[in-house]
Design a protein around this ligand. Structure first.
Ligand code: ATP
Length: 252
């Protein structure tokens, strides 16, 4: 089943083409890492796919009404400061809004999904704390939990592991991989090529608004592309513990 379908999606901002003719399909069970240098168009691609900014071309999600779209796709934007002085648990419960009737109390299922998301993100001990009083990384984990509680078939997250400590980066990527293994799909932008190679089933690479590579990590992250698109060299080995990538030098 196709969960995200983009056809010739293009975006111009202030007269500049920042996304150019991107065609992309993501099916059930895929964990897709969206990579590219700063300014390559990753955020723009995801926002345009969701219909949050005007675009030319087609996106299956952009065509949906807001409520239907929220049941199809959960979205975690890059900005992760929580401004509402409510508890962690209440922020995560916001993820259940697309499933709840207005003004009705949360159901047992709503509570179960919130508990599950809180456990996935290791937030049990802080679930009753004020969300504004958490560290930046803790707030990011709360917002990931909110997106997980939404229980949408597709999860899209913009740099969800930026600012998380190594254990929580791994935990988050493993949670996303687990969702994909159970038939949901995940699209995340990220800058850590090693983590992308290790956890994602597929990598989509953008450069200057264009999709320049799409496939399994080892096929996309070639020395030529890393040099041409990112301007770096990297060390790569397939090990008994899985693929290991380590960026090494900037090519001048
Ligand atoms: N509101 C805007 N007006 C004009 N140009 C913009 C605007 N927002 C983004 N851009 C430009 O669009 C291009 C793509 O930006 P985008 O945020 O999609 O990149 P990105 O790949 O997510 O980058 P990063 O890795 O730095 O988050 C950049 O060149 C950026 O400067």
């Amino acid at each position: 089943m196709t969960l995200l379908s983009l056809r010739d999606l293009s975006v111009s901002l202030h007269g500049r083409a920042v996304l150019r003719d991107v065609t992309l399909e993501i099916g059930a069970g895929e964990f897709v890492g969206l990579i590219g240098p700063n300014g390559a168009g990753k955020t723009t691609l995801m926002r345009a796919a969701l219909g949050l900014i005007p675009a030319i071309g087609e996106s299956n999600l952009a065509q949906l009404l807001q409520g239907a779209r929220a049941r199809r796709a959960a979205w975690m934007p890059q900005a992760r400061e929580i401004a509402w002085p409510v508890s962690v648990e209440d922020v995560v419960m916001l993820g259940r809004m697309p499933h709840r009737d207005r003004g009705r109390r949360p159901t047992a299922q709503d509570r179960a999904r919130v508990d599950e998301a809180i456990a996935w993100m290791g937030l049990e001990e802080m679930r009753h704390r004020g969300a504004t009083r958490l560290s930046g990384g803790e707030q990011a984990r709360v917002l990931i939990a909110r997106a997980l509680a939404q229980e949408a078939p597709l999860l899209m997250a913009d740099e969800p592991i930026a600012g998380l400590d190594p254990a929580h980066q791994i935990m988050t990527m493993q949670t996303f991989a687990g969702l994909a293994a159970h038939g949901r799909s995940v699209l995340v932008s990220l800058h850590d090529l090693g983590i992308a190679a290790r956890h994602c089933t597929r990598i989509v690479m953008l450069d200057e608004g264009r999709l320049v590579a799409d496939g399994p990590p080892a096929e996309v992250l070639t020395p030529e592309r890393l040099a041409h698109v990112f301007g770096i060299t990297a060390w790569y080995r397939q090990t008994a513990d899985g693929p290991v990538y380590q960026p090494l030098e900037v090519i001048r």
